[in-house]
Design a protein. Sequence first.
Length: 365
Amino acid sequence: MNSKIYLVRHTRTIGNDEHRLTGREDYEVTLEGKKYIDLLTKKLENIKFDSAYASTSKRTSKTIQKLADLNNIKITEYEDLCEMYFGIYDGMKWSDVDKINPTISKLHKKTNEIIEIPNQETTAEVANRMNKIMIKITYLEHSGFAVECDDYVLIFDYYKGNLPQFDKDKKICVFASHVHYDHFKKKIFTWAEEYENIHYILSDDIEAAGPKDQTEHIGADVDFNIWDLRIHTLKSTDEGVAFLVRVKEKTFFHAGDLNWWYWEEEDDETWNEPMRQAYQKEIAKIEGEEIDYAFFPLDSRQGEESVLGINYFMRHTNTKIIFPMHMWGYDILDKFLENSVSEPYRERIMKVKEPGQSFYFEEER
């Protein structure tokens, strides 16, 4: 699935009707503006939107509020998306600007270019506040995710799905947590033909040899650095490893098959209790860890016990955002969101619905 972005200008406001130089000053939507909102909503009502973003100027969020309501999504507001500040003339009527400095008004009307105004925000300043690190996370399939950062791309446990096109100037690090068919495919090695700055970090249970001088096989409880990436591994409770990856100031955790694998048909003494102990032992190694983005199993085959691992993880780490994975169907996510155990961190659970779905997060540079 390809992501499509719709750019919408705010509707008509009192500031427009009064011919004001509207920058940071905010104005109420006019009756005509409300009609335009209805027309916009009607035009786009059959399009499914996953997320909505606006500046903190209310004229922008009001323009798309009905569309957000139709899609049952919350509008995320960013002050950095606000209009340029026009200094001492911000919010003034053009007729008043003419009286003070007719040259500015004439130049603006003639060329429609940004004119220098005392105390005005410069175009460079606007660009700097817009130029935040935008982290894009794309769900590939099952346990596969692609994380696009400022200078890096991290790809975890690909086994199928459409890979986005990446900036070839970025460094790409491909992780495979273990050899199971739903976490690793040799196809990943063909990406080196397209991307020169690519490196592979594979669990040491994977015997396949990747491109020479671009592949590392590592086991559990290992620290490994490449470029500016700091990588630490935990021992999986199934096969292979889990990855804790620090990229500059951000920390990502991909569990692989590290999970509390409780199976009702198994004997508690010989399987389920040793599994609990092994799982909790690994999570204790990252107790209280500040994790920005985590990817963790929520396996529907476990039935009611599917929440054991992810719930314990969320309660024993300081994880800001979590992506359920390894679900074998998406109904289990709805059940998890409705389950009372998820209440303390429900707002931090990403609603993973279909392959190709992308999520965007703004971070300070």
